[in-house]
Design a protein around this ligand. Structure first.
Ligand code: MLT
Length: 408
């Protein structure tokens, strides 16, 4: 008898964005005349930067010749990309990360889920509330969550991020082993300061805990005082793993390329309290289960670091940030408190009403898709997340419809 993983039975409904998509499709069937505007899932709409396109074409042509053809690449990524990452994304900011501490992958979402294979089944996990659902659901699948108790999982430690905490997670009041942090935050758009991150690094060092730092939206930071990487914080090399993605930075959601950084000094602990290199474990895992990202895609990613590529990705994120600013201004003018949208492509809007009801109302009356805050956790109730990932024209059309309905 093939018995299934019993932990899947603890998952609540389906994956949030799959659930939303189902509702949207049902709406479209019922109201085919409505021209939908999607400000829900954070999926990019603008084409790839020209530098990436050129690099892709060139790499495909290389693959067409016997002399330049490449088969399996290194599981951790080609050196040309790992070196560019270490230099531009870390060393240039004073963070001491070397190329061999970078693991190139096909997505931050996969890495964030897969990394847990390195941890014991009974480690205690802390997550922010609201939270990117992948952190929760992957721990449920792995059997770490315990039972679902009406509105939370028994064994997860929830760190409320509300207006009262400035949307930042506070240190837990019970010991935890793994801490998920995301800055700029998905879903709230809030950012963590150096001082706040230092607190977490110190906590992790004192408790032999590990921080999983998701920096997928780092490219949207414009405030020079904010850290882009956790490795800008003293002590982080010992206690943190960082996840980055080209999805939002360079429009790679359909192309797929990301990376994870595990410093060689970052340790887990065995049952006898002896240190174990997480870098070595991840390397073992990846060489066993992953055959690397395709050569053309890694060439496209490398092109981001060329002078032209840097300028083009900046233009992309500037465009989305300009959308974010207009969305935030519009909701504030309508009397809603907002966070995010300045160093982030997400705007977290306090509606005060039931989040799914607001989602349905907005869809019915305006044809605009948002994401109900309750889908991200208990503390997301009374909020919706608006994504700035769309064209300027579509964002303006959405705001016009929203004003017409919400203005009293
Ligand atoms: C989101 O909308 O939260 C993201 O697009 C989801 C993701 O990056 O997986």
């Amino acid at each position: 008898m093939i018995r299934v993983n019993p932990h899947y039975a603890q998952l609540q409904t389906s994956y949030l964005f799959a659930d939303i998509e189902r509702r949207v499709r049902a709406f479209q069937q019922r109201r085919p005349e409505v021209d939908l505007i999607r400000l829900g899932i954070g999926d990019v709409t603008e084409p790839l930067p020209q530098a990436c396109i050129e690099a892709l074409h060139k790499a495909v042509d290389e693959m067409a010749t016997a002399s330049h053809f490449r088969g399996y690449g290194p599981e951790q990524g080609y050196d040309f990309l790992r070196e560019a990452i270490a230099l531009s994304d870390f060393q240039a900011r004073g963070a001491q990360i070397s190329a061999d501490e970078v693991f190139v992958s096909d997505g931050a979402k996969c890495d964030v889920g897969n990394i847990q294979e390195l941890f014991a089944a009974d480690v205690r996990v802390a997550i922010s509330d609201p939270v990117y659902p992948v952190y929760v659901d992957t721990n449920v699948m792995a059997g770490r969550s315990g039972a679902w108790l009406q509105n939370h999982y028994q064994n997860l430690v929830y760190l409320p991020c509300t207006a009262a905490t400035g949307y930042a997670p506070q240190l837990p009041d019970k010991p935890v082993d793994v801490i998920y942090l995301c800055s700029p935050n998905n879903p709230t758009g809030a950012t963590l300061t150096r001082a706040q991150l230092q607190q977490w690094v110190d906590y992790a060092a004192a408790h032999k805990a590990l921080i999983l730092f998701d920096a997928a939206y780092e490219a949207f930071i414009r405030d020079d005082a904010l850290p882009h990487s956790i490795y800008e914080i003293p002590g982080a090399r010992e206690v943190a793993i960082e996840f980055r993605s080209y999805s939002k930075t360079a429009g790679f959601t359909g192309l797929r390329c990301a990376y994870t950084v595990i410093p060689k000094t970052c340790m887990g602990w065995d049952g006898d309290g002896r240190p174990v290199s997480l870098h070595a474990l991840w390397s073992r895992r990846q060489t066993t289960k992953f055959n690397g990202v395709s050569y053309p895609v890694q060439r496209a990613a490398k092109a981001i670091y060329s002078p032209a590529g840097q300028q083009q990705v900046r233009t992309l994120s500037d465009g989305y940030l300009a959308n974010a600013q207009r969305i935030r201004d519009a909701f504030q003018a309508l009397g809603h408190t907002c966070t995010g949208g300045d160093n982030s492509p997400y705007i977290w809007v306090h509606t005060g009403s039931d989040a799914w009801e607001f989602f349905d109302m907005l869809l019915e009356k305006t044809g605009v898709v948002c994401t109900p805050g309750a889908g991200f956790g208990r503390c997301g109730q009374g909020h919706v997340r608006i994504s700035a990932f769309n064209s300027a024209a579509q964002v303006d059309a959405a705001l016009q419809r929203i004003r017409a309905v919400l203005q009293t």
